[in-house]
Design a protein around this ligand. Structure first.
Ligand SMILES: [Mg+2]
Length: 249
């Protein structure tokens, strides 16, 4: 896989903040959670793709074909995403929205499950970019959107470039843990390698900005400018986040 050898970086403010879902906003890898007793086998495939050892498309359809998740299982996964959201995920998104930023989720996960987390975080469904999964009337698995760029290597870069074009307020920052995030970094003004859940050596080695804390509050100073933190400090609703940001660093 063609990972960028170096990633340019420029400081905040940004207009658009784009978060990966699995092992970033949430502490799980959704597809692995769908695997039940086959979790070890599926997780090994996921890990190879996220470490950049094999292209995403080499494992994407294969994992789903092995698992064939029902509509009910995908809905349950959505609830699992909500239950495993990292500390201060909601507070961070609220603060970013208070600063009038666009907040997006960019995920190779299943859209119907990621929607549940977006809803919990009050992120617009129109700002969720993920892979559609299809079900029959009886709820049985009926395939996934094989045309989605997010089911293949390099796809996040394509979607991120479009989001960067739509931004009018200072460019875009991407936060993620995986090789597919790092691949998309050239479309962002900053890429934050997030290792609060899974610290991937290949991704960390190439990123300029990294965060190891298992608490999303620690991201705040990497995502907003000093004067924006001062703006947030004026509203007590953001004080718990600001306090946690100081402790988590
Ligand atoms: Mg991830």
């Amino acid at each position: 896989m063609a990972l960028p050898t170096r990633v340019d970086d420029s400081a905040p403010p940004y207009g658009t903040l784009v978060f990966d879902c699995d092992s970033t906003l949430s502490s799980i890898e959704g597809i692995d959670e769908l695997a039940g007793p086959r979790k070890a086998e599926i997780a090994a495939l996921t890990e190879r793709a996220m470490a950049g050892e094999v292209p995403l498309e080499a494992v994407y359809g294969k994992r789903l074909e092995l698992l064939r998740p029902t509509r009910e299982q995908v809905a349950a996964l959505g609830q699992q995403y909500v239950g495993t959201a990292l500390p201060h995920a909601l507070e961070l998104v609220q603060a970013l929205r208070a600063l009038r930023k666009r907040v997006c989720i960019l995920s190779g996960g299943l859209r119907q499950a990621v929607f549940a987390l977006a809803d919990h975080l009050r992120i617009d469904s129109g700002d969720v970019f993920a892979v559609d999964v299809f079900h029959g009337r009886d709820g049985a698995y009926a395939g996934f959107d094989e045309d989605s760029p997010l089911a293949r290597a390099g796809g996040k870069l394509e979607v991120l470039r479009q989001l960067a074009r739509e931004d009018r307020r200072g460019g875009l920052v991407l936060i993620g843990d995986g090789a597919t995030d790092l691949e998309a970094a050239p479309a962002a003004r900053r890429f934050v390698a997030f290792g609060g859940v899974a610290r991937r050596k290949e991704v960390f080695a190439r990123a300029v900005v990294t965060c190891d804390a298992p608490d999303l509050a620690a991201l705040l100073p990497l995502l907003v400018a000093t004067d924006e933190i001062e703006t947030l400090a004026q509203d007590p609703v953001h004080h718990p986040l600001l306090r946690a940001a100081r402790v988590a660093r």
